[in-house]
Design a protein around this ligand. Structure first.
Ligand code: MN
Length: 269
């Protein structure tokens, strides 16, 4: 993106607003304003499958956990219950706690949505705490949203499939490329499918730690369409060192309709 190109700049902002609005709408539609005890009650009930428990969520400070649309055990055997429970209640909550602490003492960030916080992170090193925890909250919220226990998730079709074929050759080739990015991300991080508005291409990339392709210093920038958490905390209890097996299982619980929604929003369709 170049700020010297007003058209591109405006378009990108519109796209970003659209994507983030959709993420916000998703969260808000699944939530009601609850804090403190209600959140704890919800967590103690393991986030029921029937959605009767409404977990607190917010994309504005103080940030809270988004509602899960499925129970912790619902993604078995692909992602085990204990991993889901710890990942959501401890890891994601940990990022939230740290993020809220950082923003508590940073008044200028208190009225911003999480997606508005991300671009404020301009210095990779000096903003490390904010980067890790704002990224952690955004990335995990994004990840929970694209997972599903439904086995009948339909693969891409229409414009999305056409775009995949144009940029990767086939859906299978996209999967191979995504798998490779996820397998070869050294240490902790994420693999992504993004839409780059600058050349209107779908690209596969990976980011270290809790970085993501919306951050200014990301090697490949773009709107996240699909992502996988390849931190060991995402798979080690069940898969130990076999990250590749976890990545294979990810495809079984991927909600292609959510991925396609992300694509449609990113491309303004
Ligand atoms: Mn994680």
């Amino acid at each position: 993106m170049s700020v010297n190109n007003p058209t591109k700049f405006d378009r990108r902002n519109i796209i970003k607003s659209g994507f983030l609005l959709s993420l916000g709408t998703f969260l808000i539609s699944k939530s009601q304003s609850i804090a403190g005890n209600s959140l704890n009650n919800s967590l103690n009930n393991n986030i029921s499958d029937d959605n009767s428990q409404i977990a607190a969520t917010s994309l504005i400070y103080p940030f809270t956990l988004p509602k899960l649309e499925y129970g912790f055990a619902a993604l078995e055997p692909n992602i085990d219950k204990m991993t889901m429970e710890i990942h959501y209640t401890k890891h994601h909550q940990g990022y939230l706690n740290n993020l809220n602490k950082i923003i508590e003492s940073n008044v200028s960030l208190q009225n911003l949505k999480i997606e508005e916080v991300l671009p404020k992170i301009t210095n990779e090193k000096s903003d490390n705490g904010l980067k890790n925890n704002a990224g952690g909250h955004f990335n995990h919220t994004f990840f929970w949203n694209i997972l599903t226990p439904k086995q009948s998730s339909k693969e891409p079709k229409g414009d999305f499939l056409t775009h995949i074929i144009r940029d990767f050759g086939s859906l299978d080739r996209l999967k191979v490329s995504f798998d490779e990015a996820a397998k070869t991300r050294f240490g902790s991080g994420w693999a992504w499918l993004v839409y780059d508005d600058n050349d209107r291409k779908l690209k596969v990339t990976s980011t270290p730690n809790q970085d993501n392709p919306l951050m200014n210093f990301s090697e490949v920038k773009g709107e996240p369409i699909m992502g996988i958490d390849v931190w060991e905390h995402a798979y080690y209890l069940k898969y130990q060192n076999k990250r590749a097996d976890y990545i294979t299982a990810f495809w079984n619980v991927l909600d292609w309709s959510k991925v396609e929604n992300n694509y449609n929003k990113a491309t303004l369709k």
